[in-house]
Ligand binder design. Structure first.
Ligand SMILES: NC(=O)c1ccc[n+]([C@@H]2O[C@H](COP(=O)([O-])OP(=O)(O)OC[C@H]3O[C@@H](n4cnc5c(N)ncnc54)[C@H](O)[C@@H]3O)[C@@H](O)[C@H]2O)c1
Length: 346
């Protein structure tokens, strides 16, 4: 597929006279966005590029305000359109700008990291981090389209590739155990050598997430499943001051939350060991957890969006490939003593 052609067609379908604001971080601007903006312009679309510095620490209110003011200064109206071109940080933040600019304008997601392709670009959750926690301010705002080109992943570092792969594997732990074998076959040093596997992983992750969102867009029940590993994961990501890539933090979250499931008896010890072994391939092991005290992790976890009255809730596996659910409930409070034990004994 020619992604530029596809993007031109989708934008024109939304209205050929719309002004188009492409939002990217500095890295993606240099690698990809400048070329895409010039293609849009050549096709008669009034397009400008708006950039911000790369990195999770910039997914915040100050940058959102800067982007909104830059668009207001250039007199972008309600009839304009945003293209969120980049990784999950860009998608979340540009989507949030779209949700709030002039009370909401349309946007298109063009994810360029594996993580954004398999997870964050799908589902319409947009938002920013605050000093109080990850994604603590945001909205549900569905993109008009999601257009991804796996060729963009050629620029991606091994670390960023693995970060995305961990989110995909998370989806397979909760929803499709057979895909774990496919993920195992992916060449982590040269994913394009195993292009069929790469494509299958992207396709299946998106299909699973889209199906869940089709049943529960507002995360009132089943959509909570996609948060497996995220109660602990988000706390670690925040405590690392966002130096740890999102997928890795989720990997540590999966490790601890699977151990919680084992301690509670919802999965067997053999299944826990199998999950631990899968994660080891991505470099997720017990050792780095000692950098983050469990007391601080538990403190931050209280601000997690699944918390109720300050009590963190956890998505628990019932086996590899399915989650524990009873009476339509998908996330559960767990005694602090169990969480502490899991953290100590993974
Ligand atoms: N909205 C959701 O449902 C959802 C789901 C999962 C994760 N997220 C969010 O996604 C974010 C993490 O996403 P991410 O890992 O993509 O982070 P990111 O957007 O920061 O991208 C990671 C790095 O890769 C660079 N990059 C992007 N595309 C590239 C390419 N093609 N080649 C080379 N470098 C490239 C970026 O400049 C950045 O430095 C987190 O903020 C997380 O909260 C959101």
């Amino acid at each position: 597929m020619n992604i530029e052609r596809e993007l031109v067609n989708v934008v024109k379908k939304e209205g050929a006279n719309r002004r188009v604001a492409v939002i990217s971080d500095g890295t993606v601007a240099r690698l990809i966005a400048t070329r895409i903006v010039s293609v849009l312009k050549k096709n008669g679309l009034k397009t400008e590029l708006f950039t911000f510095p790369a990195g999770e620490k910039n997914k915040n209110q100050q940058i959102v305000t800067k982007l909104q003011h830059a668009m207001l200064k250039r007199k972008y109206g309600r009839d304009s359109l945003i293209v969120a071109l980049g990784g999950g940080v860009t998608g979340d933040m540009a989507g949030f700008v779209a949700a709030t600019y002039m009370r909401g304008i349309p946007y298109i997601q063009v994810p360029t990291t594996l993580l954004a392709m398999v997870d964050s670009s799908v589902g319409g959750k947009v938002g920013i981090d605050t000093p109080f926690g990850k994604n603590t301010v945001g909205a549900f705002w569905q993109p008009k389209a999601v257009i991804a080109d796996a060729a963009h992943l050629r620029h991606l570092s091994r670390k960023e590739l693995i970060s995305g792969l961990i989110e995909a594997v998370k989806t397979f732990f909760t929803s499709d155990r057979h895909m774990l074998a496919v993920a195992q076959r992916l060449d982590l040093d040269d994913p394009f050598r195993t292009a069929n596997e790469l494509q299958a992983i992207i396709y299946r992750s998106i299909s699973i997430k889209a199906a869940i969102i089709g049943r529960d867009e507002r995360e009132s029940a089943e959509r909570l499943v996609v948060n497996f590993g995220h109660t602990i994961g988000h706390a670690i990501e925040l405590l690392s001051e966002f130096r740890m890539p999102h997928g890795y933090a989720v990997g540590y979250g999966i490790l601890v939350e699977s151990k919680i499931a084992e301690l509670l008896g919802t999965i067997s010890s053999d299944e826990y060991v199998s999950i631990r072994d899968h994660l080891k391939r991505f470099g997720i092991t017990k050792a780095p957890l000692s950098k983050f005290s469990i007391a601080r992790v538990l403190h931050v976890a209280k601000t997690d969006k699944k918390s109720k009255s300050g009590v963190p809730h956890y998505v628990l596996l019932s086996s590899i490939g399915s989650v524990y659910t009873k009476g339509g409930v998908y996330a559960y409070p767990v005694k602090e003593s169990i969480v502490r034990k899991a953290y100590r004994t993974v």
